[in-house]
Design a protein around this ligand. Sequence first.
Ligand code: BDR
Ligand code: CA
Length: 307
Amino acid sequence: KPLLLIDTDPGVDDALAIMMAHAHADVLGLSIAAGNVGLSHTVRNARTLVDLVEAQTPVFAGCPTPLVRLPEEDAAFVHGRDGLGDVGFPEPVTGVSDEHAAHAILRLTREHPGEVTLVALAPLTNVALALRLDPTLPQRVKRLVVMGGAVTGHGNTGHIPAEFNVGFDPEAAHIVFEGFPEFDLVDWELTLRHAFDEAEFDHWLATGDHRAAFFERVFRVARETNRKRERRGIIAADALAMAVAIDPAVIVRSERRHVGIELDGRLTRGATVVDWDNRLKLPARANVVLELDQARFGALVRKALGA
Ligand code: BDR
Ligand code: CA
């Protein structure tokens, strides 16, 4: 079983990813970022999810803002004002650690050197801070999987080519993309190519256990938003990254490339610029995932829903 440490901003697709992680892997902790909604909500949502999967996973609160510039937008219109579909869940039983997320990342990777797959499903603020505190972090991490970027420029934020996680904290993404010698990159456009068929997904929700019932409730707002934007199928970015973290054999095609982060730009701040033709002769640290085994991915999600 893989040993996972998940940096996340739940978030509806984060919720599905966290459920997958607990169904298929050992989870050392959830380090929480601000992103989809504010940190107080994302921390509380993480605690609600640990309750849901009946685990003892510790929750570590991280940075309340990006490293440099305050965010221009959140993603409440997708995930609900509370980040989990505005269902109104009761106060969670699971608590929150008093250790900062960045310190927890450093400590847990010291306690399990070479064993931990770090799964980054949020703006990279906490991971970048951990890396700045201790640049030897990558040497202790077995794998890093990042959900972020839009490798051919079809982003999902106000800055057209930017994807949300990278666009929310571009400086953090820059630090992580330069600082880790190797990582798997699951970008937004891969997500669009690997949406689930709605009828199939609804069948899982209808036949699954309490986790499926939970997801059906938290997913309603996002589903409605996606319908209005005429997005086809069930899109769950963080679930894809989690599949890559749990089962690397889910990757059908990927390419090692240098990926730079645009930190300025009138229209392009937060863009992930891929050097597809190796013109810059810079280290190709990112393993850009281009195709996944949809059936294998589906099986991981389905089991996590108890269907
Ligand atoms: C990413 O941004 C968030 O809204 C999702 O949770 C996912 O991590 C997709 O761009
Ligand atoms: Ca997320």
